[in-house]
Design a protein around this ligand. Structure first.
Ligand SMILES: [Zn+2]
Length: 70
């Protein structure tokens, strides 16, 4: 017996449930130019920071440093 509507279940994942297991994990990607990886760190409750780790030679990283360093 069907009412014609596809069965669908809704989930609401708090962000911490998604990122929590990723704390300290290395996630490939984050930069189109180099073979970067990303790590996720909790800043405070509900606030997460994603840090992109570029290769030393990465032009995107060098350009970023040129903008942020005096
Ligand atoms: Zn890069």
């Amino acid at each position: 017996m069907s009412n014609g509507r596809p069965y669908r279940r809704r989930h609401h994942y708090p962000v911490a449930d998604i990122l929590g297991p990723l704390d300290g994990a290395e996630i490939p990607g984050g930069c189109d130019t180099c073979d970067a990886y990303q790590t996720v760190h909790p800043v405070k409750a509900g606030i997460w920071q994603i840090v992109v780790h570029h290769d030393d030679w990465c032009p995107t990283l060098i350009a970023h440093q040129a903008r942020t360093e005096p």
